[in-house]
Structure formats: structure tokens, C-alpha cells
Design a protein around this ligand. Structure first.
Ligand SMILES: NC(=O)c1ccc[n+]([C@@H]2O[C@H](COP(=O)([O-])OP(=O)(O)OC[C@H]3O[C@@H](n4cnc5c(N)ncnc54)[C@H](O)[C@@H]3O)[C@@H](O)[C@H]2O)c1
Length: 267
């Protein structure tokens, strides 16, 4: 219950899905949480849930692509709680209706993707790190995706920007390690959130469940637990790393689902 006791954690995109789960789990481990989202009502609801569980939470409205807004978010967190130990740069994604293959990609969507995923991660880290250095160290957790590791037939921008998030994670780890600021990333596979349900056709979701190494999709809490670990001192020697939480999606040979039929009948 106290793996994050007395730590101050700021989570962006905390109004929904994985970000909300991470905020609640961190709060349950004793962290004081600042929950930031573009949707202020959603941030307030996450704060209400965390406080109903017995924690202390500060809801914030932010647009993570706007530097003044990000500076205000970090300033408000430090103003309320006095310090900043953990930052989750969680907001990201692209619109799969506009983020298609190379020739049919909407370039405005590509620019939006760079801002929402890469600029936001860079800005959040830039404004948080001076406070972390002052506090004697900290932990930054970036949300990447398995899409940043493999090629795909659609969402060419999404893969590219998540790969950039993975590299940004390594550079931040190297640049601020001497100040005891750690920086790691989590790469979720398919996680059941509004983003997934809006973006993936039902038959693709069913297919994933049928063919993945583990026969179920992830929950927001599956990713949130990994974030709690990265926020805690249990991971004090871990930096610059990517933790893939995907039910085995990216370790499986594409031939594996078909090859199961080669096994003799039985368990
Ligand atoms: N759900 C999945 O399967 C999955 C898989 C891999 C990676 N991810 C990553 O997880 C992150 C979020 O996914 P989720 O599933 O929790 O999504 P979600 O849609 O449930 O939540 C995203 C939240 O971000 C907020 N937001 C959007 N734009 C914002 C902005 N400019 N400023 C501030 N807040 C903003 C939204 O209001 C929303 O509350 C993204 O980085 C996404 O790429 C998700």
C-alpha cells in the first residue's frame, strides 16, 4: 500500500483509460497524484475516484502540445504538493481514419501525430526535470506502443512517432541519469480502452484474442501496474528501457497461430 509513499506523481491523459488506471493505482500506493487531461471534467472524475479510494488528487486541465499549458500544469503540481517525483507522459495516439499508408496519409494528421506524441513527451519532460533535479532525482515514464517496434500496413505516423518516443526515452535517461532522473517507456499492446474500441474494427480485436500468445487483451490496470513499478524505487537501477506489455504479441512468430495445428491433440 505504500510503494509510492510521499511521492508526487503527475500523469497526463489521466481522464480516461490507462492514464486513469495508473493514477488510481499510484494513489492507492500512497502517491499524491496530479491528474491532467484536456477534458477537465474527466480529470476531475479521476481525482474524485482517487480520493474516494482514500488518496489525495489534484485535477488539472492541460493541452499537452501547448508549452505554456504544460508549464502551467507542472507549476500547479509543484505549487500544490511542493515537489515532483514522477511524470507519466501518457497522452498520444493518431486518428486511424487519417493516418493511413504512406501514399494515402493525411499530412496534417502526421504533423498532429508528431505534436501529440513526441512534442508532448519532450515538453512534459523539459518542464518536469528541473524540479526533479531539485528534489534529488525522479522517474519519467513515457507511453510508447508496440507500434513503435514493428512495421504495419496502416497508421504509418503512429509507428514512427512511437519509435521516436522510445529514442527520446533513451536520450533523456542518458542526459539526466547523472542527476538521478530515470526515464523509461512502456509499450502496451492491445489494451481495452475507449481509444482501442474506437480505433480497431471488432473482427481485428477478435482475431488478436484468438491468435496472440495470451488469449486475452490487456486491461488499463495491466499497464498501470507496470507504471507503478517504474515510478517506485523498486526500479531504481532501471533507466532508458522499454517494457513491452503486450500479451506476447511482438515475441510471437507470425506462423505460430497456424503451427498450433501441428501439435498432437491434447492439453
Ligand atoms: N489502448 C491501447 O490499446 C494502447 C496501445 C498502445 C499504446 N497506447 C497509448 O496509450 C496512450 C493513451 O491511450 P488510452 O488507451 O489510455 O487512451 P484514451 O483515449 O482512453 O485516453 C486518452 C486521454 O488523453 C486525453 N487527451 C487527448 N489529447 C490530449 C491533449 N492534447 N492534452 C491533454 N490530454 C489529451 C483524452 O482526453 C483522454 O482522456 C496513448 O499514448 C496511446 O498511444 C494505447
Amino acid at each position: 500500500m505504500d510503494r509510492l509513499k510521499e511521492k508526487v506523481a503527475l500523469i497526463t491523459g489521466a481522464g480516461s483509460g490507462i492514464g486513469r488506471a495508473a493514477a488510481r493505482l499510484m494513489s492507492a500506493q500512497g502517491a499524491l497524484v496530479a491528474v491532467a487531461d484536456r477534458d477537465g471534467d474527466a480529470a476531475r472524475e479521476t481525482a474524485r475516484l482517487a480520493e474516494a479510494d482514500g488518496g489525495r488528487a489534484l485535477p488539472l486541465t492541460v493541452d499537452v502540445v501547448d508549452e505554456d499549458s504544460v508549464a502551467g500544469m507542472v507549476g500547479a503540481t509543484v505549487g500544490e504538493f511542493g515537489r515532483l517525483d514522477v511524470l507519466c507522459n501518457h497522452v498520444g495516439g493518431t486518428d486511424p481514419r487519417a493516418d493511413l499508408d504512406l501514399l494515402r496519409l493525411d499530412m496534417a494528421e502526421f504533423d498532429r501525430a508528431v505534436a501529440l506524441n513526441v512534442r508532448s513527451t519532450l515538453l512534459g519532460s523539459r518542464h518536469a526535470i528541473p524540479h526533479m533535479i531539485r528534489a534529488g532525482g525522479g522517474s519519467i515514464i513515457n507511453t510508447a506502443s508496440v507500434a513503435g517496434l514493428v512495421g504495419d500496413v496502416v497508421q504509418i505516423s503512429y509507428g514512427a512517432v512511437k519509435a521516436a518516443v522510445i529514442n527520446l526515452t533513451k536520450s533523456i535517461a542518458v542526459q539526466y541519469g547523472p542527476h538521478r532522473v530515470r526515464c523509461n517507456a512502456v509499450a502496451p499492446g492491445a489494451v481495452v480502452t475507449p481509444a482501442l474500441l474506437d480505433n480497431l474494427p471488432r473482427d481485428v480485436v477478435d482475431d488478436l484474442k484468438r491468435t496472440n500468445a495470451l488469449p486475452y487483451l490487456g486491461s488499463p490496470e495491466d499497464i498501470g501496474h507496470t507504471m507503478v513499478f517504474l515510478a517506485s524505487d523498486e526500479s531504481r537501477y532501471l533507466t532508458g528501457q522499454l517494457i513491452v506489455v503486450d500479451g506476447g504479441m511482438t515475441v510471437q512468430s507470425p506462423a505460430a497461430p497456424g503451427r498450433r495445428a501441428m501439435l498432437p491433440p491434447g492439453d
